[in-house]
Design a protein around this ligand. Sequence first.
Ligand code: XMP
Length: 511
Amino acid sequence: MIILIDFGSQTAHLIARRIRELGVGCEIVVPSEAAETIKQKKPEGIIFSGGPASVYEDDSPTIEKEIFELGIPILGICYGQQLMCQLLGGEVKPGFKKEYGPAVLESVDQRIGESGLFHGIPSGITVWMSHGDEVVKIPAGFQTFAVTKTIPHAVIENKDKKIYGIQFHPEVVHTEFGTEILENFIKICGLTPKRSEINEEFVKNIIEDVKDSVGGEKAICALSGGVDSSVAALLVFKAIGRNLTSLYIDSGLMREGETDALRQVFSKHYDMNIKVIDAKEEFLKNLKEVTDPEQKRKIIGKIFIEVFEKAAKENGAKFLVQGTIYPDVIESAGTKHAKVIKSHHNVGGLPENMNLVLIEPLRNFYKDEVRKIGKVLGLPEEIINRQPFPGPGLAVRIIGDVTEKKLEILRKADKIIQEEIGKTEWSEKLWQVFAVFTGVKTTGVRGDERAYGETIAIRAIEAQDAMSANFAKLPYELLEKISTRIVNEVKEVNRVVYDITNKPPATMEWE
Ligand code: XMP
């Protein structure tokens, strides 16, 4: 097995997942417990994750140097590479500028293939960077195999000691040959990689786990109709049957027609206990004049939980099931060294005195894995392939305060986008596509009149998981069609713009 030391990376769990997908065990440990765990468990390999700190800052996470003397192969990624260089006598400095996004690896003297890590991998591949610091001097015994336009040591290796360092992230899908690089490292560790999959056995185990945790108690489930909560609900339904009541809270922050669609699908396919609660007024009242995104999330999370608690009391439930998936956890800083990006309501906003025990059967999975689990469970395609929709709903797609009027404008614009995209093959390719109410008013002309109206932004994203993404290169003709329809059919809007930012540095949602 491989031990992964987590220095607070947003993608530590993704590294572990990639290793496990290759049929090798991977255990994540915090830096302070690394040396002890390694001595006990005697792993075949060690990986240092990335992390948001700088190695030269006080209190930045570190490890005991004896780890380098154990003869176990080590791979340092990003912060992990920087830390290993600093501890072994190299030098790390703040980069000329922070770098987020793609970079091309250039082989030094055409030697990249000689590095064990790059066995069978071509030169000139595109890799994904996300860092502020960089290694400027490598320790004695190391060699540099690749650089990028901005970084002098992108791939380094100490052949004798089998210690490797890379500045980029092989675990994200945007890095070409990322899995093969990790596969090579596994081979260097003397292990044999083989790819594993999510199948019936795998899903049966999750259902058994839920059964064991809930026993004969009642549970309520936060069913939103999205992939995550639907799969979570179905898993729990398979485990405890009618002891599960699925609550759908209509917050008034949903897209056009969503509540009806959900009723249809679930009553058509399943014999599930579903209860729809109308809480629109409660949400809007509490969101009045609130403009800060994090505050919006916290308020929405709080009301969700309050409404749930009330319904749960009436229902006699002890457990609350939520469709939290791994990126929600990590981006809400569910692990020790990671920084908070957004407090997703279903994680960060939970009041501490909550009287319900939380069941989150999908907490360890990424979106594509959740979809695979849904497939194994026989969930209809229309749900499995549904675009993700944030828990706080349209509230985080309205910049500034949330009002009924703005919601109405946004819903209309969003419906047009969904309709037009739905007519094309892009609907299958996109992770998400939606409208944003930007809150910016601009001047326009309608007929011969001056108009001063709203600006709607279109956000269309291609991604494999929620950690990184590219804006979709939608054809101009399609964008023009959408734009024309929005300004013609939604009279309050007189300008439509297209968001051309990748994640990172931007997030998918605007707030
Ligand atoms: P970001 O904007 O963080 O989005 O790049 C990543 C994915 O998560 C969704 N998202 C949320 N989901 N509660 C949720 O349940 C939230 O507060 C939240 N914020 C963003 C987003 O739609 C995207 O798919």
